[in-house]
Design a protein around this ligand. Structure first.
Ligand SMILES: N[C@@H](CCC[C@H](N)C(=O)O)C(=O)O
Length: 266
């Protein structure tokens, strides 16, 4: 039997497994089976905490479809809660410093990247105002914050058919590694509304890296200067970034319950 914790950041939920002893062998099929909300435990992402010789711990991230990815902002805020202390975390997106704060955590999410081949896109183009269009959506921006994001600043978020457009854009050949699709609306001074269609997980209540990428794109587009509040369906994050610097994300993290499972059954 192996132990796990069920955690979430603004309703973006995780099964977190301590695999520092190397006892859990994770595959795409196993991650997908555990994440299944009907036949498994259920989560948007499965998080595997491992040993690291460069940081306090390492973190591997699997989407609900089994794909292993580089970054997850909401899960990164859960790690200090899971470990019971501030932690330096080794991820495929680099070393991330996560500190507990009242009700959650604050994380340095590193430097965003904007080159077309760093997103990555299939061919060269400006990533601040992309020459790409999908139906009536405005020209998007693209930002890599460890993982790839495309961001649409919409006049009326409620008028966008996100469940239909999200998967079309996620799987467009312009994005060779697929993409997380962010639909944002300016809601006030230093305030954005955001709904995210996540690569490999679909609509989630919140996406931390999506909030970071969208805040950075809003600052690059000179829509606001930050720090800003990003309001997602699951609640609010505060994101700060100054050009050339790293992104600071602060927000809630919640430990729901602990459980035991026989991983060989998945
Ligand atoms: N929910 C996460 C992002 C998880 C990974 C993403 N779906 C991807 O495929 O890159 C967050 O809070 O950032």
């Amino acid at each position: 039997m192996g132990r796990f914790s069920k955690m979430h950041g603004l309703g973006n939920d995780f099964v977190v497994i301590d695999a520092r002893d190397g006892a859990v062998e994770m595959t795409a099929a196993r991650a997908q089976a555990i994440a299944d909300r009907h036949a498994g435990i259920g989560c948007d992402q499965l998080i595997l905490i491992g040993a690291s010789d460069r940081a306090d711990v390492s973190m591997r991230i699997f989407n609900a479809d089994g794909s292993e990815v580089e970054a997850c902002g909401n899960a990164t805020r859960c790690v200090p809660l899971f470990m019971g202390r501030d932690v330096l975390i080794e991820t495929k997106a680099g070393l991330l410093d996560a500190k507990e704060v009242e009700g959650g955590a604050s994380v340095d999410m590193g430097r965003p990247r904007f080159d077309w081949d760093a997103i990555p896109l299939a061919y060269a183009m400006d990533t601040l105002t992309m020459q790409a269009s999908w139906e009536d959506l405005p020209a998007p921006a693209a930002v890599n914050v460890g993982n790839p994001h495309v961001i649409f600043f919409c006049d009326d978020l409620d008028a966008v058919d996100i469940p239909r457009l999200g998967p079309i854009i996620e799987n467009d050949p312009l994005f060779p590694e697929r993409v997380n699709v962010n639909f944002a609306q300016v809601a006030g001074d230093n305030h954005l509304r955001l709904i995210v269609w996540e690569r490999g997980a679909g609509l989630t209540r919140a996406c931390g890296t999506g909030a970071c990428a969208t805040a950075v794109a809003a600052i690059r587009r000179k829509l606001m200067i930050g720090p800003m509040t990003v309001s997602l369906p699951g609640g609010d994050l505060v994101i700060g970034w100054t050009p050339g610097g790293t992104i600071r994300m602060t927000g809630p993290a919640t430990h729901v319950f602990d459980g035991e499972a026989d991983w060989s059954r998945f």
